[in-house]
Ligand binder design. Sequence first.
Ligand code: T46
Length: 132
Amino acid sequence: MEAKLINFKEIGNPSTGILIAIEQMKEVPFEIKRVYYLFDCHIRRGFHAHKKLKQVAIAINGSCKILLDDGTNKEIVLLNKKNQGLFIEGGTWREMYDFSADCVLMVIADSLYDEQDYIRDYQEFINFYRKS
Ligand code: T46
């Protein structure tokens, strides 16, 4: 598995301030239906996959790690750049951890919240998605 990191264009510079704009079908490869964000996270979270949901996760402050697992390969991605997003497709088990105290993890998604899209049992995930 290779993490799909997206580098966003920065407008401005540190002396004037920096702006990053994210538009659907441009900086993110889908139509945007939902934005949510996590902060004050002290414990490992996630422990699920989505069947279809596509998302881009951005540490807009601080840092955290995300474990990605496609059923065969695992990869750990450090998110610590305001100008970088991690594209996560459906069929990927994820766990978020090592949140810095100041971490704000913003997630842009292609669908509204739908609990039916979640697979929260790892064995069920493996049965669905293990390649080979
Ligand atoms: C992901 C990581 C980064 C809602 O009501 N609306 C929402 O849009 C979301 C995302 C969650 N919720 C409710 C459902 C649960 O009762 O908030 C509670 C915690 O949700 P969840 O278990 O999804 O939270 P995380 O932090 O484990 O995972 C979330 C996303 O689900 C996941 O796709 O990549 O953040």
